[in-house]
Ligand binder design. Structure first.
Ligand code: AQP
Length: 348
């Protein structure tokens, strides 16, 4: 990528931004890789801005009525998992138009060569890239805008988003260099915990994903206790017992995934889980994992179901969050227009 000159990053206050696409029901992967971290960061007292990125979701086809439902369900999941809309800003992306405005400017900063290297586009577009939407290709520039429009300095994400965050840094640095300013911060990805990449329950080499055609491949935050237990019972494994050391999980993707999930849910390290279950058969380990998953996820599911009974209240929370988000984004967007040479004579 570019070989930018980095400008000193002294004047930016710590601020966290992250988002989740309402492109389906949220999964255990979204929970462990993102949502659980979002709550921890809020509870650490850092300023936190969280977003249901509906504009990202439409980079692949979304039925409009389902998209609305999934956005509300996503908001309910955030709140049920512990996001407090008073302490964090919680909203849906399309209500703050500055995201799309900055994305256009970043489309003009990012280079085709950079975008061509994005592996998520290759994975999602598949063999027929010609038929993919232009939005799917430009997705990382919108993601960079989501973060930079708040001058966010840290972004908690799962492992799969690392490359997009590197691109965000490149776009910010190129913008700063092109215009001779120190305006956009160089963001830090926060990829933390034992389960930064939760894999499919049917294939330990594939990411657990809300858009996987097989419902058996994932645990949804809306699954009840029986469904969670059944999915874990049927999860693909190998015939060997669990090893004595974490190193013994190498080349055993399905076993490694289940141990990582256990560690992520229990808050233990992988070494601690292995120490407890060394030599255990999956017939013993899987019911323990199911018990733990139900204990951790059931209260979230119950609370989500309660919140979903009042969609107007969810919409109100998202609207209030959007107002607060806009109050931060608007001055940054105005300054961006000024830096890039746009006349803004309609505003004071
Ligand atoms: N399997 C995963 N393990 C760990 N973290 C994950 N995340 C997603 N899947 C996993 C993290 O969740 C956040 C939100 O992701 P997203 O919904 O914006 O997009 P995604 O990464 O493309 O997630 P999906 O579930 O695979 O969505 P679809 O199927 O619609 O593409 C991010 O921080 C991501 O790292």
């Amino acid at each position: 990528m570019s070989e930018p000159v980095q400008t000193p990053q002294t004047q930016f206050q710590p601020r966290i931004f992250s988002g989740i696409q309402p492109s389906g029901g949220l999964t255990l992967g979204n929970y462990l890789g993102a949502l659980k971290r979002f709550v921890e960061k809020q509870d650490e007292g850092i300023e936190t801005i969280y977003c249901l990125v509906d504009m990202h979701a439409i980079t692949v086809w979304q039925d409009p009525e389902k998209l609305r439902q999934q956005t509300r369900e996503g908001a309910a999941a955030f709140i049920a998992a512990g996001i407090d809309p008073k302490r964090s800003i919680l909203f849906n992306q399309s209500q703050v138009s500055a995201h799309a405005e900055l994305a256009w400017i970043f489309n003009c900063v990012a280079r085709m060569g950079w975008m061509n290297r994005m592996t998520q586009f290759k994975d999602k577009a598949g063999k027929n890239a010609e038929a993919a939407s232009l939005g799917l290709y430009a997705y990382p520039a919108l993601m960079a805008a989501d973060i930079m429009v708040y001058h966010a300095t840290m972004v908690p994400v799962g492992e799969d988003q690392k490359q997009h965050l590197e691109l965000t840094r490149d776009i910010a640095i190129k913008f700063n260099n092109d215009f001779g300013v120190n305006f956009f911060p160089v963001v830090e990805p926060l990829i933390e915990g034992a389960a930064t990449r939760v894999m499919s329950l049917r294939d330990g080499t594939k990411k657990m994903s809300k858009s996987d055609p097989s419902d058996q491949s994932r645990i949804n935050l809306t699954d009840d206790a029986d469904m969670i237990a059944a999915k874990i019972r049927k999860a693909k494994t190998d015939p060997e017992p669990l090893p004595d050391t974490a190193a013994g999980l190498k080349d055993r993707p399905e076993a490694k995934n289940l141990v990582n999930i256990y560690a992520g849910l229990s808050g233990q390290s992988v070494d601690q889980v292995i120490a407890e279950y060394a030599g255990a058969q999956f017939g013993t380990f899987k019911p323990k994992l199911a018990e733990l998953a139900v204990a951790k996820l059931s209260p979230i599911t119950t609370e989500m179901n309660r919140l979903m009974k009042d969609p107007a209240e969810i919409d109100r929370i998202l609207g209030q969050g959007a107002d607060r988000a806009e109050a931060i984004a608007c001055p940054i967007m105005e300054k961006t227009y000024e830096i890039t040479g746009m006349i803004r004579s309609r505003r004071g």
